[in-house]
Design a protein around this ligand. Structure first.
Ligand code: PLP
Length: 372
């Protein structure tokens, strides 16, 4: 008996390069795309360590937990870090970024998370990119949670280092990731004596030994299962159309944001404004006195298949995450999540209106305004 995942031939350099080209097309970028053989934290950390050093002053925008991690890496590299914390129920604005530049004209690096699956917000990258260009700073973007759920356009937005992963809205594996790198970013890395070299974290190794060599010889054996899965994800998005894939994520967010309050148990969208809410995942705030982790545990007992989680860390008491991404960007998933939350609320003695919530969610999914 043959098994499709065993006895695989090694992935050729040509196939590897063609997958990079397909990812570049997905991002509509002319920049170099480097696919890295690890979870997205690999290029996220590699790009910061390559581009930032003791001479760097970084504006680190914190709209969720990843921003905190980036600040730690930047400080560890010796950079001076200006943190711009933004409350998790909202998004950062280009004005706030310009204000930070006015106060710290020496800023030459900006780190930002596009969409935060962990806090449910999404940031206005095109407008921020304009401000970053005016400043002349290098622009680093974590688009792991946004790619596939909303447009990610590094060239159009002036992003110099754009990191994506396959495991969220692309519906793929967590073991490969990619970063698009601008010429400016390569120059910054080349000038940084502390940039990782001869290291698994090194982007410069890929530049010098893979890209500059015409992409004929890989640095090491690639993870062929993950590469083939990434190729299949991109192919699926190409076939369905990126617009269609992002549209279902938007619809899932709209349906969840509309449906959850209609349950009647006091759940409200955690992110106040629709345009600041991430298409990849919806966060909900539990009413005072209702523990989010407890409600999620009850909901998962009612339906173990729904993609629900409590917020991380300090948010565990008040935040519920509905991870409607990839194959879960579907009306059926939103309906199942609402039913499970309704059952959990009912178990705690809260009267709920699940039928009204489902109807409201369906109406929002189909883009109609709910009837009065
Ligand atoms: C999911 C995600 C990552 C990847 O990290 P994991 O810890 O593997 O989930 C990175 N950045 C953002 C914004 C994410 O949502």
């Amino acid at each position: 008996m043959t098994h499709p995942y065993l006895d695989l031939a090694p992935l050729s350099a040509a196939r590897f390069a063609s997958i990079e080209d397909r990812v570049a097309r997905l991002l509509a970028t002319e920049q170099d795309v480097v696919i890295m053989q690890g979870e997205a934290l690999l290029p996220l950390e590699g790009a910061i360590r390559a581009a930032a050093g003791p001479g760097t002053t970084a504006l680190n925008i914190v709209t969720g937990p990843y921003g905190q991690t980036f600040g730690d890496w930047l400080r560890d590299c010796g950079a001076t870090v200006v943190d711009l914390p933004v409350p998790f129920h909202t998004a950062v604005t280009a004005d706030q970024v310009r204000q930070a530049f006015a106060e710290h004209p020496e800023i030459d690096f900006v780190s930002l998370v596009h969409a935060e699956a962990a806090t449910g917000n999404t940031n206005p990258v095109p407008a921020i990119g304009e401000a970053v260009r005016e400043q002349g700073a290098l622009f680093y973007l974590d688009a792991v949670a946004s790619v596939g759920a909303e447009p990610v356009l590094p060239d159009a937005w002036g992003v110099d280092l754009c990191v994506i992963g396959a495991q969220k809205a692309m519906g793929g594996p967590a073991g490969v990731s990619a970063v698009s790198v601008s010429e400016r970013a390569w120059a910054r890395m080349a000038a940084n004596p502390r940039a990782p070299r001869r290291s698994y974290l090194s982007l410069l190794d890929w530049k010098e030994r893979w890209i500059d060599g015409g992409r004929t010889a890989l640095l090491h054996a690639p993870a062929q299962l993950e590469m083939l899965a990434l190729e299949a994800c991109v192919e699926r998005i190409e076939t369905a159309g990126l617009d269609a894939v992002t549209a279902v994520h938007r619809a899932a967010a709209a349906a969840t944001r509309a449906g959850a309050p209609a349950l009647g148990g006091g759940l409200t969208p955690y992110v106040h404004q629709d345009h600041e809410a991430a298409p990849v995942a919806t966060t909900l705030r539990t009413p005072a006195g209702t523990d989010a982790s407890d409600l999620v545990a009850r909901a998962l007992r009612a339906d173990p298949a729904v993609p629900l989680a409590a917020g991380g860390g300090a948010l565990a008491g008040e935040m519920i995450r509905v991870n409607h991404y990839g194959p879960d960007a579907a009306l059926g998933t939103v309906e199942a999540a609402l039913k499970a939350l309704g059952a959990a609320l009912a178990e705690t003695g809260t009267p709920t209106a699940p039928d009204a919530a489902l109807e409201t969610a369906r109406t929002a999914w189909h883009g109609r305004t709910p009837s009065a």
